[in-house]
Write a protein that binds this ligand. Sequence first.
Ligand SMILES: [Zn+2]
Length: 387
Amino acid sequence: MLKIDNELEKLKPSILNHLKTIVDINSNSENVNGNNEILIFIKNELINMGFYVEIINQHSVGATLVARNYSELHDEEQAILLLGHSDTVFPDDDTDSWAFTTAFGKCYGPGVLDMKGGLSQIIFALKILKATNNTYKPVKIIIASDEENGHLHSDFTNILKQYSTDVKCTLCCESGRPDGAFVIGRKGVGRMDILSEGIEAHAGYELDNGVNAILNLTSLIEHIQRNKVHLSKEKQHFNLGKLNGGTEVNVVPGHAKAEFDVRFFTEQDFTSLVNWVKKNIEQCTADKPDANFSMNSVIEYPAMEVNEKNMALFHNVATIMEGAGMEQPRYVFVSGGADSSYISSFQIPVICAFGPAGNFNHTKREFIYVDSLFERIKLLALCITQL
Ligand SMILES: [Zn+2]
């Protein structure tokens, strides 16, 4: 362990430089060139460390990087998967005047927490192990460049499934929590869209011949909100986030759309909520014969259900931390989706928020603690050798 500590000490300035390099490359999820530039930078470093690296191009978004330090696995051997993403939520014109800085023990900059700190963590954990001649087991790395928009326009989730069949456990180096707690479960994220069709008509001459799609939709929403109290607590986590409709103020609106964000513990909870909403639609249509609704629902992120596998992995990491004299970690269950949810749905043990601790992701106040960056690099190096 002393060798690892010494190497880490020596590398501290390079670690901050590395993080600066990738933070200062604009990489909004839609910025194909920026994301690919980061992936190529990382690819070259991994190749220098003896990894096999594939860059899998996508049609309209940045690529996916898949790397491994083995050509094939023997017997029962399986790899540790380190998971991450290179994209951020910040548009390029937002980040032009905003760059990597360090002050008072913190690093700032677009994506420093979510999750470029985690990318530097992966690279330097491996560099330290290489420099100290530590032997370690098979490691696989998968980095997406469209995590922040839920992989809406890519084949990433299929790639993840296909490439994780030889994986025994996953450390998702996503944004660390402010107190460094690990995420062992996440609510799933889904959507429900309700469309209302009416009849467009001139608001002056033909008011009585029109059917107002907005009014029908708002009365349905009211109905849903009023009945919500009869649902079990687990199924009440949904939010009407967007409401659109109509064309001009002097036209009876013929179309309207309500978009709901849904968070759920299990897929079954989501399905039964969707069925409950459908029942509400039937009730509402029975009262209003001119109302015409349709509904679409989709699961964007499966739930990362708290299970024994994830808990066992958490306890193994806690034991490694204890052995290294690090403070014992806490675990939390959160409501936000991440790629760790997919891994969990493939029945692979995973813990998330393994990256450096910080706060305020998705805002310009986002930061990580410099000390946590170094500690999490060391922890990852130890996990790669001991898990
Ligand atoms: Zn993230």
